[in-house]
Structure formats: structure tokens, C-alpha cells
Write a protein that binds this ligand. Structure first.
Ligand code: GDD
Ligand code: MG
Length: 398
């Protein structure tokens, strides 16, 4: 794979925020040396390096009632070396959609000699294991994991840690192009290969997100939600730094990955606020404005890569209400951040009212925050799940 070198890096406390790096070539051939001139502007990441990182990566696929055909395409797009972890919150009563997902995954793994893990978010045994691990914050009053994409992602990250992976990446289950999925994971691997700290994050920016218009297919660059979230996040950072910045281009990136070392020290927001909150948690904890959340981490530094994919992104359209829900969740996280001053708050209210997502005079909701899962006793989690693992783990030839 060839990608652009990082041409500009914004520094905020202990955080290095790299500007967008475009994918130039999906496959850059064998591991031969690049020319010296190339090294300045372009980085070649050879196949072995990509594979070395993929081997150490779990890919978490959160899913809730997605079309089975899309789910099948997504699992087919994840590179062979990665361990797939599916966390499903799909219907089990009328139709057992979870069972269909499980069967499809098992069949796929059998034919491709792959390994995977699949759990249902509402499995009471998962709830018990979280309680045993001392991480009950994720549970509702019936002892089951709460609804939400973020909640599914946190379960996935705990499973990745339990298995001993070094990196965890996320891929939505409603993606139409297996080829995009494949590229996103390669972007994660490329980003990690460039990181100089164990605390790194890679966020994917889509080249285009095609939309149907009256004139046919239109290749849009920015989504409605991401445009607003990025603007507000940049305003917040600009105020703190005293210089205008436009560095944030991936405030909402659902397709992103982290080193486990970084993933386990971040507080997370519920539902769709999770992606903007990850950045906020970093700015709050390591931006140098508030006291450092962990001085050792601040010492090593944190790197955030934003990589622009070649493939266009096409996923399920879920309607205006869904867009409003996502806007409210993300901007709610920003609004209630201790870093957010009056001017940015005002901008948030204006944006939400302009989009028709919030009536005048109201404030966006404060997202529920979950503590970093570093505190969870992973051995106790494993012990509690162990008797049931056979049911959830799909290893070939079994
Ligand atoms: N496990 C689980 N539990 N998965 C869920 C849940 C849940 O309660 N709710 C939704 N999901 C799954 C969906 O099935 C899908 O695979 C993925 O989470 C993303 O949900 P979508 O409903 O498709 O969200 P979106 O496409 O509008 O937004 C995505 O992209 C945004 C911009 O990049 C999400 O990834 C957002 O989080 C992201 O900000
Ligand atoms: Mg989607």
C-alpha cells in the first residue's frame, strides 16, 4: 500500500493530530526499496508489514438487524489474518436473526479456515461475566448489556483484550462493498505501522459517499453529520489553542481502530456519541488544558492518524430521524465537555436548531459515560465466559 506522508501535524498537549493522508495505491507490490525521493512525500508499506499488523488485530463488527447479505459481504472483506469479533444486538424473538448471523459466520469460517467469535449483546451470561470482571457500568437493571452501538463496541474491545490482541478496529455491518472493508483494515494496519507510540488511533475518512440524486449517482465528499461535528470540534480546539485549525476531518469516523493500550484507558460515551467522545476524552485527558489523566501516557504521547480511503463508502440509508439522533448524541458530548466554552456551546445550539434536531430553548442530552475498561479484571471475565466459549468461538475444523 502507498499512502501520502503526514505533511502537517497539529500538536495539542501530548496529542499529535496528523492531517489527512490519502491512500495512493491499494497494493504497492513486494517489499523492494522505494526511491529516496519517494520517502519524502510518499510512504510505501509493504505487504509483510501490513500482514504483521493484521495478525495482531481484532476486527469488531457491531450489528443490529442488518441485511444478512450485507453482513456476509462485510465478513468476506476482513483480511484473513485478523480475528473477527461480531457483537450482535439483532432480533431473537420473532425471527432469530442472531442465529442466522451465527450460521453464516460459521459456514464462512469453515470454508475459509478462519477464526471468529460471535456474541449476542443481550446474552445474560455476558452480563454475568461483566459483573464478575467488575465492569457493571455497561449493564441495565436486569443485568444485561445496555442497547447501543457503543456498548457493543466496548464488549468487542473486552473480547479482543481477552484473546490477547494488540489492536482493535471497527467495521459497520451495513457496508455494501467488501472491497471497502478490506481497504479500511489495510488503512488501520498502515497507520499502526507508522505510529511511534503504543497509544495510537487510526480514523478513516471516506473519499466519497455516493448518493442518489435526480441526476443519478452523485459522489458526495462530506456527510451532513460529519460536516457539523468536524466544524464544532475544530472550533473547540481553535479556542483552546488560540489559532484557527481545521485539522479534525474524522470527528464521527465509525471506521476506526486503536491500539489496545489506548483503547483500554479511554472513557467512552454511549450509543452514537462514542466516536466524537473518543477524541474529546483524549483532548480532556491529554490536551494539556486539564490535568493529565495518566502522566505516563502523556509522557509517551498519543498519535491520531486520519487516512483517506480510495474506495467510496456505501451503506444503508437510515433516514432523517437517525441523522438527528446521531447529531444530537455527538454534539451533546461536545456541549457537555469541560473543555467547551460559551461560544462553542452557542454554535452547537445553532447547528442543532438549523438542522431541526433540537427545539429552541433546549439543550442536547449529556451522554452516559463509561469508565475505561482497563479496570476490568480480564481474567475473571474469561473465567466467567470460559464454560460458554465453545458456543461463541468459531475455530475451523471444530
Ligand atoms: N451491537 C450493536 N448494538 N450494534 C449496533 C447497535 C446496537 O445496539 N445499533 C447499531 N448497531 C450497528 C449497526 O447494525 C451498524 O452495523 C453499525 O452499528 C452502525 O450503525 P448505523 O445505524 O449503520 O449507523 P450509521 O451508518 O448511521 O453511522 C455510522 O457511521 C457514522 C459516521 O462514520 C456509525 O458507525 C456512527 O457511529 C458513525 O459516527
Ligand atoms: Mg450505517
Amino acid at each position: 500500500m502507498r499512502i501520502e506522508s503526514s505533511r502537517y501535524t497539529e500538536r495539542f498537549g501530548a496529542i499529535q493530530l496528523h492531517d489527512v493522508q490519502k491512500v495512493l495505491e491499494l497494493d504497492s507490490g513486494r517489499a523492494k526499496e522505494g526511491t529516496p525521493q519517494e520517502a519524502l512525500a510518499v510512504l510505501k508499506i509493504d505487504e509483510d508489514t501490513i500482514k504483521d499488523h493484521e495478525e495482531r488485530m481484532a476486527i469488531v463488527i457491531p450489528t443490529k438487524n442488518e441485511k444478512l447479505k450485507l453482513f456476509e459481504g462485510v465478513i468476506a472483506g476482513v483480511p484473513h489474518e485478523c480475528l473477527k469479533i461480531v457483537v450482535s444486538n439483532s432480533e431473537r424473538r420473532k425471527f432469530d436473526r442472531f442465529r442466522m448471523e451465527r450460521d453464516a459466520l460459521a459456514q464462512y469460517c469453515r470454508f475459509t479456515q478462519r477464526r471468529a467469535l460471535i456474541v449476542h449483546q443481550k446474552d445474560p451470561r455476558l452480563g454475568e461475566a461483566l459483573r464478575a470482571a467488575g465492569y457493571p457500568e455497561l449493564l441495565d437493571d436486569q443485568g444485561l448489556v445496555r442497547d447501543g452501538k457503543a456498548e457493543g463496541m466496548i464488549v468487542g474491545m473486552l473480547l479482543a483484550k481477552m484473546i490477547g490482541k494488540d489492536y482493535v478496529g471497527f467495521i459497520d455491518a451495513d457496508n455494501y462493498f467488501p472491497g471497502s472493508v478490506w481497504e479500511y483494515v489495510r488503512c488501520y494496519a498502515a497507520g499502526f505501522s507508522l505510529a511511534e507510540t503504543p497509544y495510537a488511533m487510526v480514523r478513516v475518512l471516506w473519499r466519497y459517499k455516493p448518493k442518489m440524486s435526480v441526476h443519478g449517482l452523485y459522489f458526495k465528499k462530506w456527510g451532513r453529520v460529519s460536516q457539523v461535528t468536524n466544524r464544532v470540534m475544530n472550533t473547540l480546539l481553535s479556542h483552546k489553542m488560540g489559532f484557527d485549525t481545521e485539522i479534525i476531518k474524522t470527528g464521527n469516523a465509525g471506521e476506526h481502530a486503536m491500539t489496545l493500550k489506548l483503547a483500554e484507558i479511554l472513557p467512552y460515551a454511549s450509543g452514537f456519541a462514542i466516536e466524537p467522545q473518543e477524541l474529546l476524552s483524549l483532548f480532556e485527558g491529554y490536551g494539556g488544558v486539564l490535568p493529565a489523566a495518566d502522566p505516563e501516557v502523556a509522557q509517551r504521547g498519543i498519535e491520531i492518524f486520519q487516512i483517506e480511503s480510495r474506495n467510496p463508502h456505501l451503506h444503508e440509508e437510515k433516514g432523517v430521524e437517525h441523522i438527528h439522533e446521531m447529531l444530537l448524541a455527538g454534539l451533546g458530548a461536545l456541549y457537555h465537555s469541560p473543555l467547551c466554552e460559551a461560544e462553542t456551546r452557542e454554535l452547537i445550539l445553532e447547528e442543532l436548531q438549523d438542522q431541526g434536531a433540537l427545539p429552541a430553548g433546549e439543550e442536547p442530552p449529556k451522554p452516559q459515560l463509561y469508565p475505561p475498561f482497563a479496570k476490568a479484571d480480564i481474567k475473571a471475565f474469561r473465567r466467567a465466559l470460559e464454560p460458554h466459549l465453545d458456543e461463541h468461538m468459531i475455530w475451523p475444523n471444530k
